[in-house]
Design a protein around this ligand. Structure first.
Ligand SMILES: [Zn+2]
Length: 485
């Protein structure tokens, strides 16, 4: 049982690491984009993406005026110099101080256009999206962020993106399903996914989804049902709608190991990308269904969270990752996918992982070293503790947090504990802050102090600590289906 719990956590952590990077990438560029604001009167940089027969993209930059260099952003471990080739214009692609730069090919000259061919190669960095990745036998997902140049102050240049798909194909961006996308800009002022390929699987007012047709029917049905249920639930519970029709993009790798249900997820504003792999998707099981629902619930929570952005790059990941887990757990119970016992076991698993990970060190130290497991486990623990002092739990806490962040230009650590103090009292918020920021000799005792300190007027923390007892999944068949690492 313990081995299974460890195995399951490992799987979940690995899957979530992708989501973490995606979200972090979004928040970093999002804050910069806001800072730049409306003072930029320049004509946008026009970027034309045309899908080629060989799966590559032809990318044409048309600049409002000639420049000597154009910063494309961090070099991503040499990804662009391997996969991108300049095929026209007077520019060359070079690496300069760890950044990819399009530079005028001849000294003391400028360029106004550049044409590149981008091969569909993997970016070997787990926290970064692919520029173009396959989705289904005849489709691809483009991430616009890698094409949008960055100005000297770190903000992205204003860009206008056009996409031409291959023969008889479609382009999907939020609610738009068109044969050719022209002069497009995300309403979120943020990089986005754009799909090219077969028509969407689902095209409704509340959801436009592209689901790899090779996914077994039961899993395809289950994931679209889970996304619809979560969108409906969160829209109702938060009480406000997303600013765009959400997209769900689901890719599938059927050649995974037998018994494994691998789920990876990314979230951008109003967009979720999911990757499924492994043999456990071949036939319905409680195990695989639960992995789908918890994963979709986590990513859907993220797209509501993206209504607020960190005020700067220093807002720790545990806030939104733990918040997404806490919101997801609440949703799983209220939708009826989990009973209270399953939710309690989920929280207990997060708590015991957090206690194990943080003992003898601190959450900021683990996050600084890239330890994503603690962002989820301790983040969920802190978020659930904070939420239990709120009369409307995790969703009420986050709704208040988001509104406050929107009113004051973004969120940070102080705002999180200010909301906690409003409902659980100053002492409670202080103990919570200690768990989140200070080195922990005996983290279980800190958690006990947090629970004792709550003086919140509403529900308080009457439920007391939850005993750590076993894995999230208790279904016997599911355990038998899952191999060991
Ligand atoms: Zn996440």
């Amino acid at each position: 049982m313990g081995a299974f719990a460890n195995h399951f956590q490992k799987r979940q952590a690995r899957a979530c690491a992708v989501a973490l990077g995606a979200f972090a990438l979004f928040t970093a560029v999002g804050a910069a984009a806001i800072a730049r604001g409306a003072n930029d009167h320049d004509r946008a940089i026009e970027i034309d993406l045309e899908e080629r027969r060989n799966g590559a993209l032809r990318v044409v930059y048309d600049l409002p005026r000639p420049v000597s260099r154009l910063d494309l952003g961090p070099d991503l471990g040499g990804y662009r110099t391997r996969a991108w080739r300049v095929i026209g214009g007077e520019a060359e692609l070079i690496v300069e101080d760890g950044r990819d730069v399009l530079r005028a090919a001849a000294p003391l000259t400028r360029f106004r256009t550049a044409t590149l061919e981008v091969a569909p190669l993997r970016i070997e960095r787990p926290r970064t999206y692919e520029a173009i990745s396959p989705l289904g036998p005849d489709g691809a997902l483009i991430y616009t962020g890698h094409f949008q140049p960055v100005s000297a102050d770190g903000a992205r240049h204003r860009t206008s993106i056009s996409v031409t798909p291959g023969n008889r194909r479609h382009v999907v961006a939020f609610s738009e399903v068109v044969p050719h996308l022209s002069g497009w800009r995300s309403r979120f002022d943020n990089p986005a996914f754009i799909y090219v390929g077969a028509p969407p699987t689902i095209q409704r007012e509340d959801l436009v989804a592209v689901i790899d047709p090779s996914i077994p029917d039961w899993a395809a049905n289950e994931i679209s049902a889970a996304a619809s249920a979560m969108l409906d639930y969160l829209g109702g519970r938060f009480g406000w709608a997303l600013d765009a029709t959400p997209n769900l993009f689901v890719a599938y790798e059927p050649n995974g190991e037998p018994g494994r249900a691998m789920f990876s997820g990314d979230a951008l504003p109003a967009q979720i990308r999911v990757g499924l792999a492994g043999g456990a998707w071949d036939r319905p099981s409680y195990f695989a269904t639960n992995v789908l629902r918890t994963g979709v619930a986590h990513e859907t929570a993220h797209i509501w969270q993206t209504a607020a952005r960190p005020a700067d790059a220093h807002a720790p990941d545990w806030i939104h990752e733990g918040g997404a887990n806490a919101i997801a757990a609440k949703a799983m119970v209220e939708i009826g996918w989990w009973d209270d016992g399953a939710a309690a076991r989920d929280l207990a698993t997060a708590r015991s992982s957090c206690i194990e990970l943080i003992a003898g060190t601190s959450l900021p130290r683990i996050e600084a070293a890239g330890g994503v497991d603690a962002s989820y486990a301790c983040g969920q623990t802190i978020n659930e503790l904070a939420a239990r002092a709120h009369p409307d739990g995790a969703i009420g806490f986050w709704n208040e947090f988001i509104q406050r962040a929107r009113a004051s230009g973004g969120y940070g650590l102080d705002m999180f504990f200010a909301v906690a103090a409003d409902h659980g009292g100053e002492r409670f918020a202080l103990e919570l802050r200690r768990l989140a920021t200070l080195p922990q000799g005996r983290p279980a005792e800190t958690i006990a102090r947090i629970e004792a300190a709550a003086t919140g007027p509403a529900t308080g923390l009457g439920a007391g600590p939850v005993a750590a007892s076993g894995p999230i999944i208790v279904d016997g068949a599911a355990i038998a289906n899952v191999g060991d690492d």
